[in-house]
Write a new protein. Sequence first.
Length: 274
Amino acid sequence: MAADWQAVRVPPSRRRPVARLWMVLAAVGLALTACAPDAPAAAWKPPTATGSTSPSAEPTPTPTPTPTPTTTAVPSYAATGPGTYVYAPGQSAVFGTAGNLRRYHVAIETGTPVPVDEFAAMVDETLSDPRSWIAGKNVRLQRVPQGTSANFTVLLLTPGTAQRICLAAGFDIYWHNEPYTSCQANSQVVINISRYLKSVPNYGAPLRDYQQYAINHEVGHVLGHDHELCPGPGKPAPVMQQQTFSLQKCVANSWPYLDGKRYAGPPGRIVPPD
C-alpha cells in the first residue's frame, strides 16, 4: 500500500497544454523586451522650416525681349497741292554780326502736314547756326512776316507743285519716276516735302541733318553759290554738293562752315544716273 505523501504522477497527455502556455508567455515577454526603447521617447515636435536642403536647379533667367524698332510713320501728303500758301507770322531776330541784311519769308503749301510754325523754326534754327552762311560775316539773315519786303522765300511744297515751279525756272527735278529733288527758283527756295520727310536712301545721317542740308544748299544758291563736288573719299561732303543724288564717297554734311572756315569742294555738277 502506498504512503499518503507519495506524489501523484500526472500522465504526459495532461502536461502538454500547460507547457505550451508557458512557451507562449515566454515568447511574448521576449518580444516586449525587444520592442522596449532604451530611453523615454521625447515629445514630437514639428520640424523648423529652414529652407529646402535638397539641391535645386539654378533659375533660368527670362530673356529680355529685344524691342522691335519703331519707325515713325511719314505723314501723308498730296502728290500735288492747291498751289496756295500759309505764311509764318512774326519775325525772327537778326542772325549774324556783319554783312548785308537779307530778309526772307517762310511758307508752306496749304494742306501740308508740317505746321508752318514748325517749318519756320527749322529754317530759323538752320540759318542762325554758327556753322551756317552767317559764319562768313558777309551776310545777315532775318525772317519777316508776309506783307513785309523780303529778298527770298523758303517754301515747303508738295512734289507736284515743286515740279511746276522748278521747271518754270529751268530745273527739271523729276527723277526715280517722281518729282524728286528740291531747287532754287529765282527768289524762291523750293523744299520738296517728299525729301523733307523721307530724306534719301543711304544718306548715313539723321533726317534732321538732311533737312538742314537741303535748306542750306538751296539758300546757298540764293546767296550766289554754285554746285561743288566731293573733295575726296571719307571727307565731309560740301553743302553745295548735290548730296540728294550722291555723296560720291564723302560723308553727309549739312554746313557750309566747319571749324569756323568755309568748307568747299571743286566746282562741278553731279549727273544722276537714269
